[in-house]
Design a protein around this ligand. Sequence first.
Ligand code: SAH
Ligand code: DHB
Ligand code: MG
Length: 223
Amino acid sequence: MQALNPELIEQIEEYIQELYTPADPVLIANLADAAAAGLPAIQVSANQGRLIYLLAKIARARRVLEIGTLAGYSTTWLARALPPDGMLITLEGDARHAEVARRNLDRAGLPVRVEIRVGRAAGLLRELIRARTDAFDLIFIDADKASYAEYLDCSIELSHSGTLILADNVIRHGAVLEDRPADANDRGAKAYNEVIARHPRLESLVVPIIRDRIDGMAISMVR
Ligand code: SAH
Ligand code: DHB
Ligand code: MG
């Protein structure tokens, strides 16, 4: 047995990626365009993209809500998991990010319609609730971490029994292990983990995710 070391962890991540997430021209173009437009490369990893895609399929999701679009990389993975009568709404606060995402999604050849709504996520979520939008089957939370608890409350209001609620970046390279992290995003992620652990409407777990450093994704199912 080899001891854990950063090189070995990275090799294992690449081994999994080579087997299950082979290079794909649409996703390569998505990342290239995001980089060319100067967007930060903070999208989910390829393997995590594959994970949310599989979770959407396992949940037989038809209606998906994403909070935090960036250039539409995770959006592409999620949309590919949907049947032709499915739909996806994704919320983005930065108009420039939304513009890059629109271009990327339009040429991705996706099986479903993707609607990008531009604005602060909390306000857009309240609008969806007020409009009595049909419940979503899967909700992926991935915008500002300080607001995660608020996004969770709104997500539960937009869910039905069995809805999957996923949240990215909840381990923050271990920052959530601190009693009171200095950074507001780290505190938001830590608070989220504690809320979903004891929430009466949820069954939850956090799975570690290897990116440039170790992060994690929360998986919750609404009772
Ligand atoms: N889900 C994407 C990554 C999203 S990065 C992927 O994996 O491919 C986080 C995004 O959330 C950024 O584009 C940022 O502009 C957006 N964001 C941050 N705070 C926000 C807010 N309050 N309302 C809406 N979007 C926000
Ligand atoms: C970062 C990563 C993310 O996946 C995200 O949604 C926001 C920020 C980061 O690494 O800073
Ligand atoms: Mg993220």
